[in-house]
Design a protein around this ligand. Structure first.
Ligand code: NAP
Length: 270
């Protein structure tokens, strides 16, 4: 198998490290290229044993998958590198937020199978939630799903649902980090020092994550199981509910989904 990454930043590295650590590919199957940051990709070559090249003809020869992992605004440059050498059997997989299949096709000027995936950086700990959508001519989807399952769970969606997945899971980790951050700040208001607040919050989050992992119960039941009538938890939850947490989260998710839609409409690639 030959998988070529155009871009070796946060997202790409989370993906290829997940694939290598889970042994769904050999390091020698992976080829990296970047724009200019040679130090970074040489680090991966030296530490993981992957291949590194800036020769697009060599990179695109007999390639099974080319992964588009630059920022969307760099895509025209990336497409210009790939276009002359893209072979018809190579599958194109984009992780770029907001760049539509039709835009990728128009820029590459080829009919190759194209998939868009929306992973998140939890891929680093093999817990990404990956939305995936395909062009109609993308056969043999199972192989790509298997590759992606090496760094998380995968849900197949329609392309117009990408905006919601981008909000829910692409941006979602940042929303949860923000809540944990504010929780730790709340503990400091209560009188804990910063180190204590971080320690308590971090371990609370880890414990809750493990409970969620190990239990099939809905969140509401996990919550009610530890909420006794007229107890401390109920008092806190009443205060939380009064702040309209759900409305705040709905507004947060809508803002992110709308921004994803705006970015795809702003898509100036011709
Ligand atoms: N980060 C996330 O949580 C997340 C989640 C879902 C999707 N995504 C998507 O993942 C993509 C990458 O995000 P990121 O956070 O990984 O960005 P990043 O860390 O900034 O990495 C971007 C990479 O693209 C490379 N690049 C730029 N121009 C190039 C060119 N002409 N040819 C080859 N490589 C080129 C850069 O190389 P240099 O270092 O040499 O400039 C760098 O390795 C984005 O499209 C984003 O929408 C990110």
């Amino acid at each position: 198998m030959k998988i070529v990454f155009y871009g070796a930043g946060n997202m790409a590295s989370a993906i290829f490290i997940g694939m290598i650590e889970n042994k769904v590919v050999e390091p020698s199957d992976i080829y990296l290229t970047s724009k200019s940051n040679q130090d970074k990709i040489m680090f991966f070559k030296e530490n993981l044993g992957v291949n590194v090249s800036y020769d697009d003809a060599e990179l695109m020869k007999d390639t099974d998958y080319v992964i588009l992992a630059s920022k969307p605004q760099s895509f025209p440059e990336v497409a210009a590198r790939i276009r002359p050498y893209l072979e018809e059997n190579t599958k194109v997989v984009s992780v770029m937020a907001g760049t539509q299949i039709k835009t990728i096709r128009r820029e590459l000027k080829k009919d190759n199978p194209i998939a868009r995936i929306m992973p998140n950086t939890n891929a680093q700990v093999r817990h990404s939630v990956n939305g995936i959508t395909y062009s109609k001519n993308f056969d043999d989807r199972d192989e790509l799903v298997k590759l992606m399952e090496s760094f998380g769970e995968t849900v197949q969606i329609e392309e117009d649902e990408m905006h919601n997945i981008t909000a829910a899971t692409g941006s979602g980790s940042a929303f949860l980090y923000y809540i944990y951050e504010k929780y730790a700040e709340g503990l400091m208001e209560l009188g804990f020092n910063e180190e204590q607040a971080m320690f308590l919050t971090r371990n609370l989050v880890i414990g809750v994550g493990k409970m969620v992992e190990e239990s099939d119960l809905p969140f509401s039941e996990l919550r009610t199981n530890i909420t006794s009538k007229k107890g401390t938890t109920e008092a806190g939850l009443n205060a939380l509910d009064g702040e309209g947490v759900k409305q705040i989260l709905v507004a947060t998710l809508n803002a992110a989904a709308n921004r994803s839609e705006e970015l795809s409409q702003d898509d100036k690639v011709k």
